[in-house]
Design a protein around this ligand. Structure first.
Ligand code: SF4
Length: 220
């Protein structure tokens, strides 16, 4: 079995709860969504089999592995075989996901340690409402460590923040990271985020505002 992989590299995690952690990143090619703020619309990929991917990941000598994309769960059957093959090597496995492909998550959940659960707001992505699939995804994901993340853009509407608070009202144990759209970082956007943050905080949500640190450092 083979997978399409856009890149493999070692860097620091630039988003969410594990910001600053050294990780090996495997950026899988392809995604089932098409967010308007996407900064990883990838055009090129290389084909890997389980052994060649294992060899390249191991050569980078960091035991904290971030599966990212694109959407890694689009290639869940391969992922399952790959994760099975490195299970004895004691990697900490971090999955960065758009939290929609819950049937595929079931195939690999036993190998995952941490889930960066990206909540997609309609007014931010330009796509459709995904609350029902996010809820299904959560039922599987909650077996593992989770934190939530959502990107706030200049087009994010307050109505979606209210829906977000509704989704999180029975999930208050998990932190939520509001991430400003790096393309249009401005005082105006930050001011908007403070308003959203204050609303969510007052709903009992453990909200944090964290920009993409790797963009400031100008690294991958
Ligand atoms: S889910 Fe992620 S990779 Fe897919 S289109 Fe949206 S931002 Fe891009």
């Amino acid at each position: 079995m083979e997978a399409k992989v856009a890149s493999i590299f070692k860097s620091i995690q630039g988003e969410g709860k594990y910001v600053g952690s050294l990780q090996v990143f495997v950026r899988f090619f392809g995604c089932n969504l098409n967010c308007q703020f996407c900064d990883t619309k990838l055009e090129k990929f290389k084909i890997y089999n389980v052994n060649s991917l294992k060899k390249e990941v191991s050569s980078l000598r960091v035991k904290f592995l971030s599966l990212t994309g694109g959407e890694p769960l689009c290639q869940a059957d391969f992922l399952k075989m790959f994760l099975e093959s490195i299970a004895k090597d004691k990697f900490k496995i971090y999955l960065e996901t758009n939290a929609t492909l819950y049937k595929n998550l079931k195939k690999v959940i036993k190998y995952i340690d941490i889930i960066s659960f990206d909540l997609k707001l309609k007014s931010s992505t330009g796509g459709s409402q995904l609350w029902r699939v996010h809820e299904e995804f959560f039922k599987v994901a909650k077996l593992k460590e989770i934190f939530f993340k959502t990107v706030i853009t200049t087009s994010t509407q307050f109505d979606d923040i209210k829906r977000l608070a509704g989704f999180l009202k029975d999930k208050l144990d998990y932190p939520l990271y509001l991430q400003p759209d790096s393309r249009y970082l401005s005082r105006r956007l930050l001011k908007k985020m403070f308003v959203f943050g204050e609303y969510l905080l007052n709903k009992g949500i453990d909200v944090r505002i964290v920009p993409q640190v790797h963009k400031f450092l100008n690294i991958e």
